[in-house]
Design a protein around this ligand. Structure first.
Ligand SMILES: Cc1cc2nc3c(=O)[nH]c(=O)nc-3n(C[C@H](O)[C@H](O)[C@H](O)COP(=O)(O)O)c2cc1C
Length: 178
């Protein structure tokens, strides 16, 4: 069962959830891979509701998004998802099947090919309509040192030398899995 929502109905839950983490799930070539995100924006562009995610160069997720430009965003309801978000934010899908390791249950999507996740039931289904590698010279210098330390290797799950690519996802469906 799904309780259908307008994207704006979930704005508070999505934006309040971001600092603790939401899941961004991408999938291609038979792999489905969830990654924890702490950054994201919800808004309107091209008269279209858009959720934008920011993914560093070396993430496995980035590879999947470039192969198949679709993703789901999943938000937890309550406190139960802490361990899931911790695992999906520190391990790479290159080395681990995070769906199996975190004990996640996939749910059939309706508008895209990437599934929703039952354990984090508030879901957006998104298709990428624009991607933009961020331009280092255009970023406020205050943020450069803090978020892009040049001595930290790209393989590190936290802030590292890699810049972000923004993926703008048109929101095609929004619902809560019940
Ligand atoms: C709370 C939290 C928020 C995060 N936010 C982001 C983010 O917005 N963008 C990003 O590229 N990585 C972010 N990360 C790091 C990735 O989740 C982490 O590197 C993950 O292992 C990448 O998985 P992948 O290689 O399977 O894509 C975050 C990690 C945590 C714990």
């Amino acid at each position: 069962m799904k309780r259908r929502l307008e994207p704006w109905d979930c704005a508070r839950e999505l934006l309040q959830g971001l600092p603790g983490g939401l899941l961004l799930t991408a999938g291609a070539a038979g792999r489905v891979n969830p990654m924890t995100i702490g950054w994201g924006t919800l808004g309107i562009q091209w008269a279209t509701p858009i959720f934008t995610v920011f993914v560093r160069e070396n993430r496995f997720t980035r590879q999947l998004l470039d192969q198949n430009p679709e993703f789901t965003i999943s938000a937890p309801q309550g406190e139960g998802a802490r361990e899931i978000l911790s695992l999906c934010g520190t391990k790479s899908g290159r080395e681990l099947d995070k769906i199996a390791a975190a004990g996640l249950t996939l749910a059939e999507p309706e508008a895209i090919s990437v599934p929703a996740i039952r354990e984090l039931p508030l879901t957006l289904e998104c298709r990428v309509v624009y991607r933009q590698p961020q331009e280092p010279a255009a970023i406020d210098p205050r943020f450069i040192r803090r978020f892009y330390p040049p001595e930290v290797d790209s393989g590190f799950c936290g802030a590292n030398r890699d810049y972000h690519t923004a993926y703008y996802g048109e929101i095609l469906a929004a619902y809560i899995l019940e």
